[in-house]
Design a protein around this ligand. Structure first.
Ligand SMILES: Nc1ncnc2c1ncn2[C@@H]1O[C@H](COP(=O)(O)OP(=O)(O)O)[C@@H](O)[C@H]1O
Ligand SMILES: [Mg+2]
Length: 254
């Protein structure tokens, strides 16, 4: 059997603030297997973004260890594709030249990089928009472009930090369905942070729930709904049951 894509073993992380020390994560252990779609939900400040920053090696844990593709490496940069919480497109570059940035960083000539991006652009609903500047795009389009840029890092595991958080409800639903389609079509592994309970259930094979700070794993919930998902599933009793379970776990009165 292949190694898990991501494995956290008893990871704790504390930050030193100006006056206080802030324990961000405490004894966090979980595993993500190849091909899974796992969502992470938790209150604001529960260490969700810190989990991702640890994965990509921006910081080291104080305790515990992190394995990527079964390897325990100090230099984890570039092992996974990462879309940070506020991933901005460069306003002075066209869509095409924004999404090829990871390829340029890898030293791929711009012409080759553009060609590669153009081939995949239609899958991201961005065909005919390649020469537009970010300011001309809708919020949903901008997020698609930012996702495509992450995609072009060429990694099989993607970490997406609240990518749809700022979108209106309809655009968000459209992008959820689209993301599930490309996830299946290209067999990637996705770890997805959200603060939206319905989104957490709709997308996932499994939901990881973090407690308020310091973040600990409160619950791992398996979502036994079949793929492909359809918005009509959100009205089924099984879906409602999972959503209520999550809300209760998050301390929201149901
Ligand atoms: N680089 C950092 N330096 C100091 N404190 C940080 C840093 N990153 C995160 N924190 C603190 O750690 C806690 C968890 O932050 P974060 O992971 O961003 O939470 P979430 O993404 O769940 O909202 C917060 O209290 C935050 O202020
Ligand atoms: Mg965050």
């Amino acid at each position: 059997m292949s190694s898990p894509c991501i494995e956290f073993r008893h990871v704790s992380k504390t930050f030193a603030g100006a006056k206080h020390i802030v324990p961000a994560l405490e004894d966090v252990s979980f595993v993500v297997q190849p091909g899974e779609f796992v969502t992470i939900i938790g209150p604001s400040g529960s260490g969700k973004s810190t989990l991702f920053n640890l994965c990509v090696g921006l910081f080291e844990p104080d305790k515990g260890e992190i394995l990527i593709d079964g390897e325990r490496k100090r230099n984890r940069a570039g092992m996974v594709g990462y879309m940070p919480q506020r991933d901005l497109l460069l306003p002075w570059r066209s869509v095409l030249d924004n999404v090829i940035i990871p390829l340029e960083i890898q030293g791929i000539p711009r012409k080759v990089a553009r060609q590669r991006a153009l081939e995949i652009l239609p899958h991201f609903g961005l065909k005919t928009f390649e020469n537009e500047y970010p300011s001309a795009l809708s919020g949903g389009m901008r997020q698609r472009a930012a996702l495509l840029r992450t995609w072009l890092m060429g990694r099989s595991t993607l970490l997406l930090d609240e990518p749809f958080g700022a979108l209106d409800a309809l655009t968000r639903k459209e992008l959820q369905n689209w993301l599930l389609t490309v996830w299946q079509e290209f067999s990637r592994t996705v770890l997805f942070i959200t603060h939206d309970v319905e989104e957490a259930v709709y997308l996932a094979d499994r939901v990881i729930v973090l407690s308020p700070r310091p973040g600990k794993i409160k619950l791992e919930l398996t979502v036994d709904l079949p793929h492909p998902r359809h918005q009509s599933m959100t009205t089924e009793p099984e879906f409602g049951k999972l959503v209520r379970e999550l809300l209760t776990e998050l301390g929201v009165n149901t």
